[in-house]
Write a protein that binds this ligand. Sequence first.
Ligand SMILES: Cc1cc2nc3c(=O)[nH]c(=O)nc-3n(C[C@H](O)[C@H](O)[C@H](O)COP(=O)(O)O)c2cc1C
Length: 138
Amino acid sequence: MVRGRSGVNHPLPPMFTPISVRKPHLKNRVICSPMATYMAQDGLPNDFHLVHLAARAMGGAAMVVAEMTCVSPMRGLRRAAPACGMTRQMNAWKRVVDFVHTHTDAKIAFQLGMPDAKAPPDRDGTPLISPFKPAIGL
Ligand SMILES: Cc1cc2nc3c(=O)[nH]c(=O)nc-3n(C[C@H](O)[C@H](O)[C@H](O)COP(=O)(O)O)c2cc1C
């Protein structure tokens, strides 16, 4: 129950009730969806990403999902998107994840960006990394 301004008690809105999604137990149902910011350099998440994600985590979201993150380090290099294909990129993510885990009780995830079989063919020397083989010769 939550006490309203009028002094009347109301049931807790479902949004603020806990939920388990398989293993992770979320303290509420407020999940910050991934938002591409294109603020990475060399595919490295930086202070911008730390503040962007940690602010929402500190603000009470049960989970924050970092923006589309390239599995190919080179894709991240080109488009100012963060990447996770190099050790130094993963170390930069670890800094963000450790901060969120140390200072908040939120969960943190990132969205893997994979071009899939629908991706355009390699035009600029960046190899296509995909779990799927194109059914037709792209
Ligand atoms: C600035 C911005 C960047 C976004 N970037 C991503 C992204 O990287 N990956 C994704 O799946 N969705 C992205 N979205 C979509 C959001 O995650 C969300 O699904 C969308 O805004 C709909 O939610 P809403 O109705 O609460 O705004 C982005 C949205 C915004 C506004």
